[in-house]
Design a binder for this molecule. Sequence first.
Ligand SMILES: Cc1ncc(COP(=O)(O)O)c(C=O)c1O
Length: 316
Amino acid sequence: MKPTGGYFELETSPGKEYHPNLIRLNTGRNCLEYILRIGKYSKVYIPYYTCDVILEPFKKLDINYSFYHIDQQFEPIIDFEMHKDEALLYTNYFGLKGQTVERLAGKNLNLIIDNAQAFFDRPLKGIDTFYSPRKFFGLPDGGYLATTIELKDKLETDRSVDRFSHLLKRIEFGPEEGYQDFLDNDSSLIDQPIKRMSALTNKLLSSIDYKTIAAKRRKNFELLHSQLMKHNEIDINLHPGAVPMVYPFYSSKPGLREYLIQNKIYVATYWSNILDWTKREQWENKLAQNLIPLPIDQRYGNPDMFKIIELIERFD
Ligand SMILES: Cc1ncc(COP(=O)(O)O)c(C=O)c1O
């Protein structure tokens, strides 16, 4: 019997998910595990330029992987033979590489697309694709998966209620007070079994104004790009329809990341594991050292972008 009346639940806005037809799971990495469990691939080629949590499912399932390089345009360098039962994992970097995804999908190779950084890009037909929505929105966990074969296993449903403290603390007390909770809650996603997305995360994903958010992200990105392009040491392009995760700013001036953080522009490092995986002179190592992902998300507008531009122009 459906319960009626009594106390209220958290108020959310009624709406629709952006990816209503995808499989809802607990994390992006577990979407990848789901793909690997189907058992089509004996080995997967992974970019050096990625987050180490991507390796979790390979270790869990004892599936072979090896690394490949990307070039200055973030395109994969495929200078190796791929066998019929091997696949290439490609990351849609910063949400800017949709055209590369389309190009790769047209090739005769097994492809897995990591859209953790490209929430708004739709999956291409027949291509295994996964998402990690908390990289774009204030959510505790969650993953979406597009795949052609479904696992028969019965999956437990995740519970997110104990992973909300950083999201709540940031509102009441600011980012500094919630930071340790953010790290702890993120760590709680390590080595989890594949589960269905929690009802709470699913409810929140149904109450987001996707259209407004997509437009804001594009506008902020374009403003930064118009002013920072001349200082940015990599060539980037926002194609029509692409919705970026961040603005990737490459600067070989040492200390810029720390200077921004001192000035309360909180920027991450993508990804410190690469400093161990590669040699100092390799491109991915330089990316890990020098690429600064500037925030352009829905929380911000022109004054915030001008503050970032001014700080970068003042840094020397
Ligand atoms: C590029 C990339 N792919 C995949 C993942 C995994 O997503 P999740 O943390 O939801 O498992 C992450 C980060 O965690 C990531 O940065």
